[in-house]
Design a protein around this ligand. Structure first.
Ligand code: PLP
Length: 389
């Protein structure tokens, strides 16, 4: 499988999680769209782009268990989170709730919108070792009549935990609290059914685990929120007359599509290549291969835990294809650099918690292109680097 990717054969690549990796056939389709755009950019962007983007969204919606009209392309999950956060009309004293397991760029987005409005960002600590009941209880306990939005990751960045978001979404809905799921790592790792999940907003990346080109992601929003969501860039979607018109082939039809998708002239080739990534996964029996990746990730985690004497932070069912290998708490940047500089292993070292409760993890990603030799290389490098004395 590795030969189907463009990865440097001189490195052991165990960090699919940060930016993904695009297979050669999908990359070729991406370049094909770029060439097609250049044949007549005016015709393509001005008169063909909206129906083509709609077809791509239809394929993505089918893959995600979503309604095409509730889905728009955005360049990355950070943008999805920003659109929702900046569209909230927060008032002083309102609360926005999140967990202490979030991705820094998304937490800081919430901090900024809360600070601007005089609202309060409530960060609920999720108890570790992780349990479903402990997580749900922590989130429910932190909900108040002032909570306007709850944001949580579907799969967390520093700890790689697959959060059981469904019962929390249901509890929030009962209390009239809107939910935003940061699914940056979810599509391609776990099967999604966005309509039935019932979150108010869900953003996810295609460029990570779906192996689509860089700059491809989506924002899913329930229909009742479309009018209230503001694009980060105001453009023609706000000027178009309502109803069918010549604008349809340029910026699309629905309000959500028109406002969010046309963000000025930009390269749309990545979005148009998302169906080819979905095809690639299907043609290569990805779901079955990924089940074996999970097994390998868990086996490695348990071997490393046995060696370090540090217990895993959760049972295997709360991880998918990323595993946080617990190592003694240390300078994460220094460990990452040594793994790369000395062993040519690309793998992130993440951290969670403060002071005496601070923890460090080597967050390994296992994809169908990952070989047993890659995982053994990491295991023996850690053995050497973590030797006492
Ligand atoms: C949980 C989580 N959310 C959001 C992001 C941001 O993704 P992007 O850089 O594609 O916007 C990441 C990136 O790794 C992440 O791990």
């Amino acid at each position: 499988m590795k030969e189907r990717f463009l990865l440097d054969p001189g490195i052991v690549f165990l960090n699919h999680g940060s930016y993904g990796a695009c297979p050669k056939p999908v990359f070729d389709v991406w370049q094909g769209w770029q060439r097609e755009i250049e044949r007549n950019p005016v015709l393509f962007l001005g008169r063909r782009s909206a129906p083509l983007l709609r077809q791509a969204r239809e394929r993505l919606a089918e893959y995600l268990g979503a309604d095409t009209d509730e889905l728009v392309f955005v360049p990355n999950a950070t943008t999805g989170v920003n659109i929702v956060a900046k569209s909230l009309s927060l008032r002083p004293g309102d609360e926005v709730l999140t967990t202490d397991l979030e991705y820094g760029a998304c937490s800081v987005t919430l901090e900024k919108v809360c600070a601007q409005a005089g609202a309060i960002l409530v960060v609920a600590p999720v108890p570790l070792p992780f349990t479903r009941d402990g997580f749900v209880q922590a989130m429910v306990d932190a909900m108040t009549p002032r909570t306007r939005l709850l944001m949580m990751s579907h799969i967390t960045s520093p700890t790689a935990l697959r959060l059981p978001v469904e019962p929390v979404v249901a509890q929030a809905r009962q209390r009239g609290i809107a939910t935003l799921i940061d699914g940056a790592h979810a599509p391609g790792q776990i099967a999604l059914a966005l309509t039935s999940l019932g979150a108010d907003y869900y953003t996810g990346n295609c460029h990570k685990w779906m192996c689509a080109p860089k700059g491809t992601a989506f924002l899913h929003a329930r229909a009742e929120h479309h009018a209230g969501l503001q694009a980060l860039v105001t453009s023609w979607g706000y000027a178009a007359p309502p109803g069918p018109s010549a604008w349809d082939n340029f910026i699309g039809q629905g309000l959500f599509e028109r406002r969010m998708q046309w963000q000025g002239s930009r390269d749309l080739s990545g979005f148009l290549s998302v169906p080819s990534a979905i095809d690639f996964l299907a043609e290569h029996d990805w779901v079955r291969r990924c089940a074996s990746c999970h097994e390998k990730a868990m086996a490695l985690m348990h071997r490393v835990c046995a060696r370090t004497g540090i217990a895993p932070i959760a049972a295997d069912e709360y991880f998918v294809q990323m595993a946080p290998l617990p190592v003694p708490h240390q300078d994460g940047a220094a460990l990452r650099a040594r793994l790369f500089d000395t062993f040519r292993i690309e793998v992130p070292v993440t951290q969670h918690g403060n002071a005496s409760r601070a923890r460090s993890f080597v967050r390994v990603s296992v994809q169908p292109y990952t070989t047993d030799a890659d995982l053994s290389a990491l295991e023996s490098a850690l053995e050497q680097l973590l030797k006492p004395g």
